[in-house]
Design a protein. Structure first.
Length: 408
């Protein structure tokens, strides 16, 4: 009788051959996102470290796929050659994680003796681990090719047993130290919000690596005790490794991509907020040259420049006395001082446009202080969107002017 439902273990076993390409693709995408910055700023050691880490992480998941393992073994002619090769890549990845966190936290320009000793210590220790693994592999007798369960199948084999334990201990040590450094860093004050969230994703990803190590060690030690818990290594560990890789990739991308998207959104928002004042100034200046292609930053600069250029000749028509009355009227209506000033400036500009249309000559209201007005064009443009508020301010200012005339 055919089973209609798969258990979680069966599901992983069925999709195991293609399982590892998911994190490999995500990490490759992360590397592709960072690659332009890495190439452009190649001298930055921090960006080089991020690129190296993502490349190593991607290589680990490419070479751990069963199809790749079989191909490497066939090309080298050595059964299970992929074992120490993948373990070496994973160990190098562990070292790059530590080096990156040290560089990232202390600053890429840090030249202190303590930082330099820490880097040399990491490079030296993990290089020795990689050399030791290849020596142990050369001494081990591993004739039967294993594509999925090398760890547990050879858990009791002399030299291979030590090799497996060595790579797991190296990975666990790196994950512990990296976790400790990351979570201590998160608790420090003054971190950028994007950086803090990126570190949280990294911390969670590296915490999952500790879970991965615990699962693998449990399966291996079970073999030492004469029990069979291979399903922990072949069915439970892979999803944990994949989720960890995704979280680590997000953690490295988020601070940079988040800040980039935030800056782009801020530029586009500023460009959009200037639209009411821009359209008003087009009626004064008679339009602008058509530009087909430009970056958002350049479009914002052009819009700001156009508005200021149009405002400069218009300011001679601004009546400072009416501007002051509009400010007092806005405050009397309950608006905050900054909001009241923006509304008063908006009313003054609208009045100046009307005065210009009537006069067409330089007989405006006299000299006006344009410094603050030109600096606050964003607030003025936002105020122009609220026509009801502007009408209320104009009505209150007119009433105040009428009361002052009657009193005099």
């Amino acid at each position: 009788m055919t089973r209609l439902a798969l258990t979680p273990v069966d599901f992983v076993n069925e999709f195991y051959p293609n399982f590892w390409w998911i994190p490999a693709g995500i990490l490759a995408a992360a590397l592709a996102i960072k690659l332009p910055s890495i190439i452009r700023l190649w001298k930055d050691p921090l960006l080089r470290a991020v690129g190296g880490l993502l490349l190593l992480a991607c290589a680990v998941f490419v070479f751990v796929a069963p199809s790749t393992i079989a191909r490497v073994n066939r090309l080298t002619g050595v059964p299970n050659f992929s074992g120490p090769w993948v373990y070496s890549l994973l160990t190098a990845f562990c070292a790059s994680c530590l080096l990156l966190i040290i560089t990232w936290r202390n600053g890429s320009s840090d030249r202190s003796g303590r930082t330099r000793r820490a880097r040399l210590w990491v490079i030296g220790v993990y290089s020795c681990v990689i050399v030791a693994m290849w020596v142990l592999f050369a001494l081990a007798d591993v004739p039967v090719e294993r594509l999925r369960d090398l760890d547990t199948y050879y858990a009791n084999t002399p030299c291979m047993r030590e090799l497996i334990l060595l790579y797991l201990l190296a990975h666990t040590t790196a994950a512990l130290i990296t976790n400790w450094l990351i979570w201590n860093w998160i608790r420090t004050n003054g971190l950028d919000a994007w950086l803090r969230w990126g570190l949280k994703f990294l911390g969670t990803g590296y915490a999952l690596q500790l879970v991965f190590d615990a699962v693998k060690l449990t399966a291996v030690t079970a073999r030492w005790a004469g029990r069979n818990l291979d399903w922990l290594s072949t069915a439970v560990a892979p999803p944990i490794a994949c989720l960890s890789a995704v979280l680590v990739a997000v953690g490295f991308i988020l601070p940079h991509a988040g800040q980039y998207l935030h800056d782009r959104w801020r530029v586009r928002l500023a460009h959009h907020e200037l639209r009411p004042l821009y359209l008003l100034m087009k009626t004064v200046n008679g339009g602008v040259p058509l530009v087909l292609r430009a970056t958002p930053e350049l479009r914002l600069i052009r819009r700001e420049t156009f508005i200021r250029d149009a405002l400069l000749p218009l300011t001679r028509f601004i009546d400072e006395e009416r501007r002051g009355r509009s400010y007092d009227a806005a405050v009397a209506l309950g608006f905050a001082p900054e909001r009241a000033k923006a509304l008063a400036d908006a009313v003054a500009i609208l009045d100046a446009v009307d005065a210009r249309d009537r006069a067409r000559e330089g007989n405006g209201g006299g000299d006006s202080d344009t410094t603050a007005l030109l600096r606050e064009i964003g607030a003025v443009s936002r105020a122009l969107r609220h026509t009801d508020d502007i009408r209320a301010v104009r009505a209150e200012a007119a009433a105040r002017a009428e009361r002052a005339r009657i009193a005099n």
